[in-house]
Design a protein around this ligand. Structure first.
Ligand code: PNS
Length: 158
């Protein structure tokens, strides 16, 4: 089975993330979306909430599994028998950062990293910007799935 992982914080998942996951779902037999458990970082949604949201919005693809992980991503890949990581690249500065991480991950484990250019429609998008816009009453419709839009309104202004 050809399997790949799309890792991230997904706090919350954006349409940019979904675009990458959906394109991976067409290329691979199974896509594992791996949510990082990071106790040091303050999050808006809990890991369990993020997993629920991701499961709902990826259900239509039919071959996406959502998991959580902590520690090193390559250890999670080893445990799950996943040979490759896919990372979306929005802008050149993403590549600078991701290249080093990819090389370290490969050196540690032999797990490959594949870079997928983000759809230009979403190249300016990040979870942090979405939260900031929503917090100050800006409109995030079209940037995140409808479910996330609703939950952001409830959580920040409910
Ligand atoms: O959505 P994010 O926060 O940009 O995702 C970053 C993530 C989760 C992909 C990255 O921080 C990660 O892989 N963290 C796990 C720890 C790890 O394996 N670090 C790499 C050391 S080279």
């Amino acid at each position: 089975m050809r399997r790949v992982v799309c890792p991230g914080s997904f706090d919350p998942v954006t349409n940019g993330h979904l675009d990458i996951v959906g394109r991976c779902a067409r290329l691979y037999d199974e896509v594992v979306v791996a949510v990082l458990i990071n106790v040091e970082k303050k999050s808006l949604f809990t890991v369990e909430e993020r997993i629920d949201i991701l499961q709902t919005v990826t259900k239509e693809y039919g071959n996406v599994r959502v998991e959580k992980f902590h520690g090193l991503l390559v250890d999670f890949c080893r445990q799950q028998g996943i040979p490759a990581i896919v990372k979306g690249i929005r802008v050149v500065s993403d590549f600078d950062y991701e290249l080093q991480m990819a090389q370290l991950n490969y050196r540690m484990s032999g797990v490959e990293t594949l870079f997928m250019p983000t759809n230009p429609e979403y190249s300016f998008l990040s979870s942090s910007r979405v939260k900031e816009i929503a917090r100050y009453g800006g409109d995030v419709a079209g940037l995140v799935p409808d479910l996330v839009h609703q939950l952001l309104l409830e959580r920040l202004h409910g």
